[in-house]
Structures are given as structure tokens and as C-alpha cells.
Design a protein around this ligand. Structure first.
Ligand code: ADP
Ligand code: MG
Length: 700
């Protein structure tokens, strides 16, 4: 006997020492990120085929997904046109003909020649198409039928694994089966019994057995539910522990807030009543800031939902307690707009709003910084200028970050470092799908503004080919002659702001001289000096301009209620979230508004994206669809999101389970914040194992 079998197999046994695996196979398995026997158990199938019964070709009508078994009789490759080769193999399935077809895989011919010579039957899985007497399956999944009539690959619900070169499905099946037999008894149940009972979860051992080799599809469902739950649960448990730590360890300034008084002051200065959603968010913030713990809250609300007023309320609570508040926005235009709005509203209360932006003169800056340092001024609004070294506060009690997705984590932290543990409020209009909010911001409290202020007219969105441009301009002209204003957004050129500015200038030229020579047209792009940008923006706002040709600098937050149409050139170059933001520039006043997407997308995905925009104005739905189209990785851009890898759970399909696990995890942490009760021992250990694996901070 080789020494391989001398070791009893454990979950930590390197795969190299598992029966049937040598260094070479181990290397290939490593490509699948499989290193130990235990990894193999968690290498879940990517799908399962119902091979409990082989279909018979003679009985197929076409259209059904089937598993067939047949003997290969002949194979040939033809080249119907340059660049296309067709390889066809004919199978005999008990007297009925089955044709397998591959496109541009001429090597299949060799593979099948060997099988024909060996008279080796194959198992085929795919969608049957009937043409006359013949059943055809294109690009089938297939494998040689195991001589032993291998019970792992046929006659059962068969797992199909993510595989890699040099590792066949059959090998993966044999390996998992072997490891299951040897290691299953070694597996501890991490989930406490009450939890399993409450959420109808089968035991881990049973789940692992059935995820690989389910006896029935019901058993498979139960196994999958258990494993999905577990995966989400550990993620949520980690977040719940983090949050608990944050809440208990972090003393926050205790503000004294009377909601009633606050509402009175707000109503006195606001020209409109607050929406229910705004009131709810404000109450949540008030409760945070008066709790004695540090506030760490995200306000999430679609474009136009009125986040600024929520910020205003938080600022009021802060200054009424004698502390300073700082609001940081991603662009100068936006910072200026906030400063103007807030100053106008707060002037009756004798509060001065300082604007800190890069384009101030040196002297202006010095004066502003001085008033903040001495505490003479209580409110600062600005761009990243606020986090420059020379900026200091006498007693910063609240740091607000608007459009937080535009800032990095470090910039956000830099702002709160300007004070001694100020409360933190971050605001975002990037409609993050709710499911992702739970995973990304699990350690933040979230207030959702799920209601727009009343009286908003819906925005009608049209998608037009670029060739229809002139008609679109003509339609916009009718709105202009009614006294409305229009945005025209230039094509996005991500690689170069300079090129983008040039193309904007060109479009401006055309619009100003050829399309609307009788209208007042302005130009706005990122390469203009800030003071000039501001001038243009202010003139547009004051209706001294009818049309604004602009790059995406107008994307965030700009508020001009009289603008009722936005025309977006080459709309297919933008991301959905960005298009939604841009569209949010209109529909802010009392007028019916329009968004016109000029685009000729080439791909089905591109078309689907335009159709989503036409179909809905709901930012959350758009985000969901975007997530569906692009997947979470793409959606979030980089790996910086800190999302753990999900092996079996699907953020979209399993969102209900995610919500369940969140409740379960937060409740468990409430009862046992250190996971130190004996019944949570296995849970704690499993979590700690997972943590080193995920490189997450340790739980104390
Ligand atoms: P966003 O959430 O996109 O930052 P804003 O705070 O810019 O939205 O608000 C959008 C517009 O809605 C602004 O013109 C603002 O004055 C207005 N607004 C905010 N709250 C209300 C309300 N409760 N009723 C009516 N209008 C409101
Ligand atoms: Mg805003």
C-alpha cells in the first residue's frame, strides 16, 4: 500500500495526498482554488442534470433539455463558409438517430473518432431539436459513459462542476464522492439547533451530501437553502459583530434634541412640508445623535428625494448643540449650490455658511479657515478643500458626505478626522440595490428616502437613433419656445477629459450656430476654470441661458427646476446609474419633463440597457436590472467593495434568504454579542476560520 492511504483523510488534507490525486492533478485542481479535501466539499456543482432517466431520441418532440445515451457511429467536419466549421457526430440511440453539432471545434472530430473505434457509448446533455427523423443537439455537454456504468454520472441527479483543463467532470465526481465518504463524519454543525429549527435548515452533513449527490430535487432544494443561508449568515454575523463593536466601543457626542422643536424650526424656514420619508430619516438621525453613541448613518434616496433637507436637519441639530457641521460634496458646482441653498434657509437663524472650495483666493481661504478654526462659523460646505491640511475645526460635531460614492474611504475618514469623533452622515443617490446595501453597508445604519416630494411630474424617456437627432432638436425647440430650458449632454470620453472638452466645444458650436442660433446657449465642461463653470451654471439657473451643452459635470445634484428636457448624446456609452443621475437633472419642477437617449447600441445588452431606462424611472429598479445585467463584481466596479466571495448564494435570486439571515444574525449578536455561550462554540469557531480565510479583522 502506498503511504497515501496510511493517513486518514481529514478536511485539511492537501489534495495531493487524496487517493487518485498526484502532484499534477493537484496542480490543476489548484487552478480551481481547490487545495484541501475540505475545499472539494465546498466546490459546489454549478448545475445538476436529471439523469435519473435517459430520454429516448425516438420519443422527443424537440425543445426539451434531455440526457441521452448513444453509440457514436460517424463523425465529419465541413466548412460551409470561411471562418465557420461544423463538426457533426451521428449517434445511435436504440435505433433512433441523434446528431451532435459543434461550431468551430474541429478537434471534436478526433475525439469522436477514438470513441467510434472503441465502440464507446457517450452520455449527452443538451436541448433537443427535431428535424424530421433526426434529433439534433448543438454544442452538447457530453462525456463518455463510464464502462462500469458509473453510478455517479448516470442514473441519478448528476452534479456538473465548474471545471478546468485536464480535470474531467467524472474525476471531480469521483473525488467529491470519495471525500464525502471519508470526511462527512468529521464535519461539525456550526449552526445552533434553535436557529436551524426556526429557519427550517437541514444539518450541514446532510446538506453537503445532497448538494453533490441529491437523491431528489426536493433534497437538493433543502441542501441548497441550508448552504445559501449559511453563507449569507456568516457574512451578516460578521457585519453584526462589527456593528455591535462600533456601537458599544464608540462614545459619541450626546446631543440634546427635541424633535418637536426641530420640526418647528424646520417648518419655519422651509417653503414646503417635509415628506414622510424625510421626517423618518430625520427622526432616525435625531435618535442616533442623542444616543451617546457615534452615529454612522447612510441616507439613501433616489435623485430628487430631498436628501439636502435631511442634511439641513442634521446640521441644525448640531449647531443648536453648539457644535460645528461640515458637508463635503464631490464637485465645486454642487458645493456651491448646497452653500447657496443652506445659506438662504439658515440666514433667518443668523447662521453663516462657509464655502470652502479650491477656487477661492488665498485670502478668502485664510478668512474662511480662520472662522472655522476659532469656531466663529458653525457650518462649512465644501469640496475636498475641506480635508486639506490647513483646515481645522474648533469642535466638529457632524461630518456629512454627499454623494458618497464619489469619494474614497480615505477621503471620508479624513473629514471625520477633522474632529474628535464627530457623528457621520453619508448620503448617496447611487441607487444601490437593496440587497447590496445589506452586504456593503451592513455596518452602517441606513435611512431610505423612498418617496419623492409631491407634485413631481414623471419624466418621459425616449430612445432614438442618432440619425433622428434633428427631429429631437425640433421637439426640444417647442419646449424652449414655451419658456423651458434644455440640457444637451455630450458623449462620454472616459480616457481624456481634454478630448471630452474638445468634443463638447464642437457640439456647442454646432448647437449654438446651426441648431439654435436664435437661443442663448452655454457650454460647461470639466476643463473650464471653476469660476467660469460657476458663472455658466448660475446663468443657466437664472434662465439667462436656454440651452446648456455640457459634459457629465452636471451629473450630480444640480437643481434647475425650469429645465424640462435633457438630451443625452451617445447614451449607450454611459452606465445605467449615470444615465439615471443625468435624467434626474430634469423633472425637478412643475413641468412635464423628457429625457431623450440618442444611441445606436450594437449589443443586445446595450439595447436592453436603453430599454430599461425607457421603461422605468425608479432608481432602485434600474440598479437591480443593472446588477442583473452586469453581475455584482462589475456593478461595484472594483474589488474594493470588500464583498466576500459567494460560492453558492446569489445576491439577486436569494435576496429573501439574505434578509432572513440579516435578522437572524443581528438577533443572535444582540443575545450573545461575544458568541461565548457554549451553544455558539461551533459557530464561533467556524466564523473565525472563515475570517482568516477572508482576511477580515478578528472578532474579539
Ligand atoms: P437629492 O436627494 O437629489 O439631493 P435635493 O435635496 O436636491 O434632492 O432636492 C431636490 C429638490 O426637491 C430641491 O429643489 C428641493 O428644494 C426639493 N424638495 C426637497 N424636499 C422637498 C419637500 N419635502 N417638498 C417639496 N420639495 C422638496
Ligand atoms: Mg443631492
Amino acid at each position: 500500500m502506498s503511504e497515501k492511504t496510511a493517513f486518514p483523510l481529514t478536511l485539511d488534507t492537501p489534495l495531493q495526498y487524496v487517493k487518485g490525486v498526484g502532484p499534477l492533478i493537484a496542480q490543476r485542481l489548484a487552478k480551481l482554488n481547490l487545495h484541501t479535501a475540505g475545499d472539494l466539499l465546498r466546490h459546489y456543482p454549478r448545475r445538476w442534470e436529471d439523469r435519473t432517466l435517459f430520454a429516448h431520441a425516438a420519443q422527443l418532440r424537440g425543445g426539451e433539455f434531455v440526457t441521452l445515451c448513444g453509440l457514436p457511429l460517424s463523425v465529419s467536419t465541413t466548412q460551409p463558409r470561411p471562418g465557420l466549421s461544423l463538426t457533426k457526430a451521428l449517434l445511435d440511440d436504440q435505433g433512433a438517430a441523434v446528431m451532435l453539432v459543434w461550431f468551430n471545434q474541429p478537434y471534436m472530430e478526433q475525439v469522436f473518432r477514438k470513441l467510434i473505434t472503441a465502440k464507446h457509448p457517450v452520455v449527452v446533455y443538451g436541448q433537443a431539436k427535431r428535424s424530421g427523423m433526426i434529433v439534433e443537439i448543438q454544442n452538447p455537454e457530453w462525456e463518455p459513459l463510464d464502462e462500469t456504468g458509473d453510478s455517479l454520472s448516470s442514473g441519478r441527479i448528476t452534479p456538473v462542476y465548474p471545471a478546468t483543463e485536464g480535470i474531467t467532470q467524472a474525476r471531480l465526481r469521483r473525488l467529491t464522492d470519495h471525500v464525502l465518504r471519508e470526511c462527512l463524519p468529521l464535519i461539525d454543525e456550526p449552526l445552533p439547533p434553535e436557529l436551524r429549527q426556526r429557519y427550517r435548515l437541514i444539518e450541514l452533513r446532510e446538506a453537503l451530501q445532497n448538494i453533490h449527490y441529491p437523491t431528489t430535487f426536493e433534497a437538493l432544494d433543502a441542501a441548497r437553502r441550508r448552504l445559501v443561508f449559511e453563507e449569507f449568515f456568516f457574512m451578516q454575523l460578521y457585519l453584526a459583530l462589527q456593528r455591535h463593536k462600533l456601537h458599544t466601543n464608540s462614545q459619541g457626542i450626546r446631543f440634546h434634541v427635541s424633535l418637536e422643536k426641530l420640526h418647528q424650526s424646520l417648518q419655519a424656514i422651509l417653503p414646503f412640508p417635509l415628506t414622510k420619508a424625510q421626517q423618518r430619516a430625520i427622526a432616525e438621525i435625531a435618535s442616533d445623535m442623542s444616543s451617546g453613541h457615534l452615529m454612522n448613518r447612510l441616507v439613501q434616496g433616489d435623485v430628487g428625494s430631498g436628501k439636502t433637507m435631511v442634511a439641513l436637519a442634521a446640521i441644525l441639530m448640531t449647531v443648536q448643540n453648539g457644535y460645528q457641521a461640515a458637508l463635503m460634496a464631490p464637485t465645486e458646482i454642487l458645493a456651491q449650490q448646497h452653500a447657496i441653498v443652506l445659506q438662504r434657509l439658515l440666514a433667518p437663524l443668523d447662521l453663516r455658511v462657509e464655502l470652502a472650495i479650491g477656487s477661492l483666493s488665498k485670502r478668502e481661504k485664510q478668512e474662511v479657515y480662520e472662522r472655522l478654526r476659532t469656531g466663529e462659523s458653525l457650518i462649512a460646505v465644501g469640496t475636498h478643500a475641506l480635508i486639506q491640511e490647513e483646515v481645522g475645526f474648533a469642535r466638529l460635531g457632524l461630518a456629512i458626505i454627499d454623494e458618497q460614492h464619489r469619494f474614497g474611504v480615505l477621503q471620508r475618514r479624513a473629514l471625520s478626522r477633522k474632529g474628535d469623533q464627530p457623528h457621520v452622515l453619508v448620503m448617496t443617490a447611487t441607487p444601490i440595490p437593496r440587497t447590496l446595501t445589506l452586504t456593503l453597508y451592513g455596518d452602517l445604519d441606513v435611512s431610505v428616502l423612498d418617496e419623492l416630494p409631491p407634485g413631481r411630474k414623471p419624466i418621459t424617456t425616449h430612445w432614438r437613433s442618432r440619425s433622428k437627432r434633428e427631429q429631437v432638436y425640433a421637439a426640444a425647440e417647442r419646449l424652449l419656445s414655451d419658456g423651458r430650458q434644455a440640457y444637451i449632454v455630450c458623449p462620454l470620453i472616459e480616457e481624456s477629459e481634454k478630448l471630452e472638452a474638445q468634443s463638447a466645444a464642437k457640439l456647442y458650436d454646432y448647437i449654438a450656430n446651426k441648431v439654435y442660433p436664435h437661443r442663448r446657449v452655454g457650454l460647461l465642461h470639466g476643463q473650464m476654470p471653476p469660476s467660469e463653470k460657476e458663472q455658466v451654471m448660475l446663468r443657466f439657473k437664472a434662465h439667462e441661458l436656454d440651452v446648456l451643452v455640457s459634459t457629465t459635470v452636471i451629473e450630480v445634484g444640480i437643481d434647475v427646476p425650469n429645465a424640462s428636457i435633457i438630451i443625452i448624446e451617445d447614451a449607450d456609452r454611459f452606465g445605467l446609474a449615470q444615465l439615471h443621475q443625468l435624467r434626474g437633472r430634469v423633472g425637478r419642477g412643475e413641468y412635464p419633463s423628457y429625457c431623450i437617449l440618442l444611441a445606436d447600441p450594437k449589443t443586445p445588452e446595450g439595447k436592453a440597457r436603453m430599454e430599461i431606462m425607457v421603461k422605468t424611472c425608479d432608481g432602485f429598479r434600474i440598479a437591480d436590472e443593472d446588477l442583473q445585467l452586469r453581475g455584482p463584481g462589475e456593478f461595484l466596479g472594483t474589488k474594493q467593495s470588500g464583498l466576500p466571495n459567494l460560492h453558492i448564494a446569489d445576491l439577486l435570486a436569494d435576496r429573501d434568504v439574505l434578509v432572513e439571515t440579516r435578522a437572524a444574525a443581528f438577533e443572535l449578536v444582540k443575545q450573545d454579542p461575544t458568541l461565548s455561550s457554549p451553544q455558539h462554540r461551533a459557530l464561533r469557531e467556524a466564523l473565525q476560520r472563515l475570517h482568516t480565510h477572508l482576511e477580515l479583522a478578528s472578532v474579539s
